[in-house]
Design a protein around this ligand. Sequence first.
Ligand code: SF4
Ligand code: SF4
Length: 447
Amino acid sequence: MNAIHLKKGFSPRIAGAPARQLRQLDAPRHVGMVPEHIPFIKPRLLVEEGDSVAIGSPLFEDKRNIRIRFLSPGGGQVARIVFGPRRIIRQIVIALDNDERCEFFDVPTVEQLDTIPRTALVEMLLNGGMWPFLRALPFMDLADPDTVPPAIIVRLGDDEPFGPDPVVYLKGREDLFGIGIDLLNKLCDRVVVNLTGDEAILPALPDQTVTHRFTGHYPSGNPSVQLYRTKTGPEQNRSWFIDGQDVILLGEFIRTGRYPVQRIMSVGGSLAPAAEHVSTRAGVPLRQLCGGGLAGRPARRYVVGGVFTGFTGSADSFVGFYQNALNLIDDGDWEEPFGFIRPGYNKPSYSTAFLSTFHRKPFPMDCGQHGEARACVNCGTCATVCPVDILPQFTMKCLVADEVEEALAHGLLDCAECGLCTYACPSKIELREVFRSAKAQYYKEIA
Ligand code: SF4
Ligand code: SF4
């Protein structure tokens, strides 16, 4: 196993890390899908309101490749389909039956995995709705079923505040993880399993399963950063990646022949009623995930996913397809009188100008910018924290001047979209958003 220590980056001290205890959440009465938060797809609905669906029934397909389908995480009736502007599909809500029906798929036994041709495995994953768990770098779009990637990166542990801990989600499911890894080995000759975090997990896994152990600052658990640190040539830039918990789902799919809906999720952030891990199911309503304890408390933010890269939800929305975390933090939309002369005892910040820099304790984080946006002052802070050695300030200026080729030469496509430069920038410039949308625009053009 190779050990890689990430010196660049930054680990903000944020309060509300989920404890490792696991609580079983009550069964929800509704589950939902939020297609608008699946990057790049063009969803075409395969159901209408009132339709009856089983666990594993197709709900929508990607128009760009109709072999890629997204399946229902629940059995019952399609209660609601919510559209947004230009008829984007916001939510598909399923009212669950007491006695949920379930689709079964033709899957090989674990022993047969060795003898099945790769093309048959790909078709099996496409039919069983498991394919979308595989995504391709550097754009993080769905993997192309007609290509063979140079490598598949398995991210075992996400160090963004606050994702599920692999120590929790692997416990008792190590065998399913092993089956998932066997399956990935049939799809590609090079499977890289990157552990970020607690090495106490290692004895539970077969020898040689983990190929790299990343330590150091956030975002050492980001697959783009891991690729940047481990790749041996530019041909590996188009590697695929998959989250460790989704590898367990692959194993469960092979073992049961059913579309797996059970998930281990983390609930964290300084306003979480209880920062913990919960066992629940895909598409659970956010209100239920956080214990329903938010009613009447204003100025709260539901961040689905990590606090740097997640999206904003509401009590009435649902967990996204790729997110297994909910963070509850304050909106931070208040004025701080004479904030510029306050010593900042309790302010989490990259800047050492605040007295909080002398504390080791975690601080509550909120969404406030704590200052006005202004022009770049060329302080170089963003370059200091960037884990993939981009010079974000110059790359951003190239993009503002429409010099895309020069931004690419600066390493735009290596950007891991980790959000650290935005967090650290004293001028409050939304660098991550600039890079994310520039990458997406470039991808659409070359596609
Ligand atoms: S951190 Fe912000 S102000 Fe400083 S160089 Fe980077 S973009 Fe400019
Ligand atoms: S440019 Fe910003 S968002 Fe991109 S990898 Fe560097 S720090 Fe992260």
